[in-house]
Design a protein around this ligand. Structure first.
Ligand code: ADP
Length: 298
């Protein structure tokens, strides 16, 4: 559905997408992860033919991009990072007006509106003004709008940023539904739990370069010890236990992370200290922080 090879994009002489290659197969959810400024949005814009690459090749739905971007985009849906719904229109009108960009007849569009509203959890809200909707509702409407042309592949740029947990869970369930229908998803997110849950495969980008690619499970197994202990709060940084062999220690803010194969002896030592801790299996966030570093990116 999407094949990117040797992609390069420079701004002011600086490569913000630097020799990036990956492909997305039909029916999968592919995650594009990276710290702020890594080049995720630029990669998406390039893939959609909205900006021109300086080098590299892109095929989207079999079409060369940007040369035949118009043809490809007929089969593509986009959920941008910031909602750009039209506040002057109602919920239903937003869907219909969007569909007109694809040259779809109004009769077909109006016939689709009830289905799309049900999908968005907005049944009965067809005549509401966009300004009356909550943040979660707007996000769901934007998602429904991306389905107006019955796309094969949908690009979602941080679809759940700013949403409360209930709203996120609803979006996740809807995205699952889409992949069950055979749709292909390309997803950027800052939420590692979201990527771990939704993405079959993912790539981590940093400073414009693709640094790893694989399934969440593969990446966790390859890069992180299975057992993790987080000790945090007053006294955590000063705690100096006897480390079981092969245990790795890392600090981040007021938290100390211990990574190892079997951390029972560490937990036993904690008992006397009264320190606060969490013990958990390794996750995608551990991979992300190990590979992209723990310092702030603004
Ligand atoms: P991400 O989506 O991973 O946060 P972006 O793709 O938005 O990152 O940006 C990657 C880098 O490219 C950033 O350093 C950003 O400032 C820069 N950049 C993005 N768009 C432009 C532009 N139109 N002009 C100049 N620099 C840009």
């Amino acid at each position: 559905m999407l094949k990117i090879t040797g992609l390069l994009k420079r701004y002011n002489g600086r490569a913000v997408v630097n020799d990036v290659s990956f492909h997305v197969r039909p029916g999968e959810c592919f995650g594009l992860l990276g710290p702020n400024g890594a080049g995720k949005t630029t990669t998406m814009k390039l893939a959609l033919g909205l900006i021109e690459p300086d080098a590299g090749a892109i095929r989207l739905c079999g079409e060369p991009i940007p040369k035949r971007a118009r043809e490809a985009r007929v089969r593509v849906g986009v959920v941008p990072q910031f909602d750009n719904l039209d506040p002057d229109f109602t919920v239903a009108e937003n869907l219909v007006v969007w569909g007109r960009y694809f040259g779809l007849p109004d009769a077909r569009l109006y016939a689709q509106v009830p289905y799309l509203l049900e999908f968005a959890g907005l049944a009965g809200r067809a005549d509401a003004k966009v300004g009356e909707l909550s943040g979660g509702m707007k996000r769901r409407l934007t998602l429904a709008r991306a389905l107006v042309n019955d796309p094969d592949i949908i690009f979602l740029d941080e679809p759940t940023t700013g949403l409360d947990p209930q709203a996120r869970h609803l979006i996740w369930e809807r995205l699952r539904r889409l992949t069950q229908q055979g749709k292909t998803l390309v997803l950027t997110t800052h939420f590692m739990d979201e990527a771990e849950r939704l993405a079959g495969r993912l790539a981590i980008i940093d400073n414009g370069r693709l640094i790893v690619e694989g399934s969440p499970r593969e990446l966790i197994d390859q890069h992180i010890e299975p057992d993790v202990l987080e000790v945090y709060g007053d006294g955590a940084l000063g705690w100096m236990p006897l480390l079981p062999p092969g245990t790795r220690r890392e600090e981040s803010g007021e938290t100390v992370f211990f990574y190892g194969a079997a951390l029972d002896p560490l937990v036993a030592q904690l008992a006397e200290t009264g320190l606060r801790y969490v013990r958990r299996p390794a996750n995608l966030e551990d991979v992300f922080l190990k590979l992209t570093g723990r310092e702030l990116r603004d």
